[in-house]
Design a protein around this ligand. Sequence first.
Ligand code: NAD
Length: 499
Amino acid sequence: MDIDTVLADLGLAPGDLQAGALTVRSPIDGSVLARLAPHSAQGIDAALARAQAAFLRWRDMPAPRRGELVRLFGEELRANKTVLGRLVSMESGKILAEGEGEVQEMIDICDFAVGLSRQLHGLTIASERPGHRMMETWHPLGVVGVVSAFNFPVAVWAWNAALALVCGDALVWKPSDKTPLCALACRALFLRACARFGEVPEGLLEVVIGGREAAENLADDRRIALLSATGSCAMGRALAPRVAARLGRSLLELGGNNAIVVAPSADPDLAVRAILFSAVGTAGQRCTSARRLIVHASLRETLLVRLRKAYDSVRIGDPLDPETLMGPLIGRDAFDAMQAALAAARGEGGSVSGGERVLAERWPDAWYVRPALVDMPAQTDTVCRETFAPILYVLGYTELDQAIALHNAVPQGLSSAIFTNELREAERFLSAAGSDCGIVNVNIGTSGAEIGGAFGGEKDTGGGRESGSDAWRAYMRRATNTINYSTELPLAQGIRFGD
Ligand code: NAD
């Protein structure tokens, strides 16, 4: 199935996508997929105005009815899972199973949001005054701006969108300029759901094409009630102060530097499989990819031998081939960053296996690499940085508290895991004195979270939470209501005023 057929199946006219200045290339072979016209500042302004008008109507729709639209969108996703998953692979380079997995994640969050649409509940709180009642109500927030990264071109948007829509918000989505076709395809499927639903205000989902300036426009605009931004820590440092300058709200999902601790009692088979998927899956281009392995000194050599063997067996190649386990890097910049990190790690005493470019003769304009394992003498500056590529730094430890200290001594705080069969070790890692991450796992890897839990991380990862649990609250505003059903007017704290 070629790109034109994929786009046409998803309701996009390939001929309309060839006239603009933004060239979209497939990381699979460097071929041009589309040339899109980026939005001008005026175009973004108009999109925001439409979204704001849509919000004013959508917020009045009962939440369970809003859930019905999300249910219909989930149906469109189910019907188009294969083709949308293929587009995800073509545009982001992840293997087909992971492309389709992303669409499944969208379907799952739609299901979650449909249920949620009947459970947007607040508290009733005891009032200190006689004849009074206090309660909390949750109201739609406004227009939610979503800035998304290339590596999860559809799922992360859906985590935001499904919740925001049932919460009564409108959406303006600025996808990565590397994966805008996925966004246009999602919008086309969403419009199909809207047509079936019937009474959706125009502008409920706007897609804005562009790069950094487009994101800045959203950050600076007061009509964006919440900016949900996913990407690198550098992006968060650039955008968050702009939102803060207008005292707006932001929800940040930034970089990770995730580690797996392997304790002496670990099941080695489980550990090797989990490390391989976490470090090599999606070519190391997940925010939750394992980047550090903190392994007990007694296991270090044997685990490294097993991992090198497992790494050698990874089939690298065309992500559209079902036999492939690892596709390309997103582009040349990612390759250069990987090589620079490996050179720096060597300079810091690291011993590198893998990491070299492969398949260059077949695809001179694409960037395939062997995943790298780097045995490090210490947790150096290079290890403390997130390099968005398949590099796993291996560090040793002797006492668990030393492993936890190493684990926490990086700026990022997204995902973490321990492999152990010792209850005390597992519980210590999960405790207040354990991992400082937003995601802390036992005997599973760092990547591949389920939508039912809140997703996000601490420290430089930005502190935001999306997806399941009570993450929906970020997409609503809370009102505290006090109702006096007595004939008196008692003041709180017993204050007497003019009586
Ligand atoms: P990126 O930061 O380059 O781009 C992300 C988005 O921000 C894009 O839409 C881009 O156009 C925009 N952007 C980039 N720099 C900007 C700037 N200075 N000002 C305004 N907008 C800017 O990230 P990427 O390469 O697309 O994705 C990889 C990064 O995203 C990694 O750091 C990864 O860990 C992170 N990520 C985090 C999560 C999470 O949930 N925590 C999920 C996916 C990816």
